[in-house]
Design a protein around this ligand. Structure first.
Ligand SMILES: Nc1ncnc2c1ncn2[C@@H]1O[C@H](COP(=O)(O)OP(=O)(O)OP(=O)(O)O)[C@@H](O)[C@H]1O
Ligand SMILES: [Mg+2]
Length: 266
C-alpha cells in the first residue's frame, strides 16, 4: 500500500519560501507530474518527500509519517532519483546499482544472491546489462542517468520520486525509461511523482499534473486542462501552441517563435 499524503508541506531556505503550503494525496499506482519554470519549487518538493531537506507540514505513506522513520525504513518506502546525482567515477555500474539494495542488507552482512538478481534484472530491463562491469566515470551523461534510474528501481520502494530523470536521454531512451516506469506502476502499483521539463512527455505519461509557479500551485488537474497556451504563456512567459490528438487525447505542446505573452513589468 503506498498512498502518499502531503499536508501543508512548506520548504524555506533562510528567508526564501520555495514551496508555499502544498497539500495533495497521491493514490497508490498514480503518477503525478510536477511542472513549472526554473526555480518554481519542484526539486524542493521532491527533496522534502525524500527526507533530504527540512520541511513544514506532514508527509505520510498510508498514515505513517515519513519523518518519524529511520533512513533505512524510509528508503524501503521511497526511492528518489535526484536532478543532479553525485556519482563516484571509480565505481562499477553493478556496485552502484547495488547501493539501491542497501535498505535490505543487514549492517554486518553483504548483499544476498537475491540482491544481485534484482540488480541484474533491473540492468536488463533498462538495457544496461552490457554496462554492468563498466566504471561510472567512463559512461556518457545519458548512460549515467539511466544507471541512476536503475539504482532507484533496484530499491523496489513502492513510491518513486523522479527529478528530471530523462533530461540527458535521447528520445528513444526517454521513451524506454518512461515506458518502464509505466509498466512498473501497472504491474507493481508503483506510485510516481516526477518533475519533467518536457511538457508533452509530462502530459503523456502522468495521470495528473501540478503546475508550480514561485512555490505556489498555479494549476492542477488533467494535462488537457493544465497545459493551455494561455496559462503556459503566463507562467513560463513563452509562446506555444497546444494541440490535442483527436485519437488518444495526447496533449502536445509546441514552442513557437514569437513574443512572450506576458506584458512587461514596466
Ligand atoms: N539549497 C538552497 N539554498 C537556498 N535557496 C535554494 C536552495 N535550493 C533551491 N533554492 C531556491 O529555492 C527555489 C526553488 O528551487 P528548486 O530547486 O526547488 O526549483 P525547481 O523548480 O526544481 O527548478 P529547476 O527547474 O531549475 O530544477 C529557487 O528560487 C532556488 O533558488
Ligand atoms: Mg529542479
Amino acid at each position: 500500500m503506498s498512498r502518499l499524503t502531503l499536508s501543508d508541506v512548506t520548504v524555506s531556505y533562510a528567508e526564501r519560501v520555495a514551496v508555499a503550503p502544498f497539500s495533495d494525496t497521491i493514490e497508490e499506482g498514480e503518477w503525478l507530474g510536477v511542472i513549472g519554470p526554473n526555480g518554481a519549487g519542484k526539486s524542493s518538493l521532491l527533496r522534502s518527500i525524500a527526507g533530504l531537506i527540512d520541511h513544514g507540514g506532514s508527509i505520510s505513506v498510508e498514515g505513517v509519517r515519513l519523518d518519524g522513520l529511520s533512513d533505512r525504513e524510509r528508503a524501503k518506502r521511497v526511492a528518489y532519483v535526484p536532478q543532479e546525482p553525485l556519482i563516484p567515477d571509480d565505481m562499477t555500474v553493478t556496485d552502484y546499482v547495488l547501493l539501491g539494495r542497501t535498505p535490505y542488507i543487514g549492517y554486518w552482512s553483504s548483499e544476498s544472491k537475491r540482491d544481485r538478481e534484482v540488480v541484474a534484472e533491473t540492468l536488463d530491463r533498462l538495457r544496461l546489462a552490457d554496462f554492468a562491469p563498466r566504471l561510472l566515470g567512463a559512461l556518457s551523461g545519458g548512460e549515467r542517468q539511466r544507471v541512476v534510474l536503475a539504482r532507484a528501481l533496484a530499491q523496489q520502494a513502492p513510491i518513486l520520486l523522479l527529478d528530471e530523470p530523462t533530461s540527458a536521454l535521447d528520445i528513444g531512451h526517454q521513451q524506454q525509461a518512461l515506458e518502464l516506469v509505466t509498466e512498473l506502476r501497472c504491474t507493481q502499483s508503483l506510485t510516481v511523482i516526477s518533475a519533467l521539463h518536457d511538457l508533452t512527455l509530462a502530459g503523456t505519461y502522468t495521470d495528473r499534473l501540478v503546475m508550480l509557479d514561485d512555490g505556489v500551485v498555479a494549476a492542477s488537474g488533467a494535462a488537457v486542462d493544465v497545459l493551455t497556451a494561455e496559462r503556459l504563456g503566463e507562467v513560463y512567459n513563452v509562446c506555444v501552441t497546444v494541440e490535442v490528438d483527436p485519437d488518444d487525447g495526447a496533449v502536445i505542446v509546441v514552442p513557437r517563435r514569437g513574443f512572450p505573452v506576458r506584458p512587461s513589468d514596466d
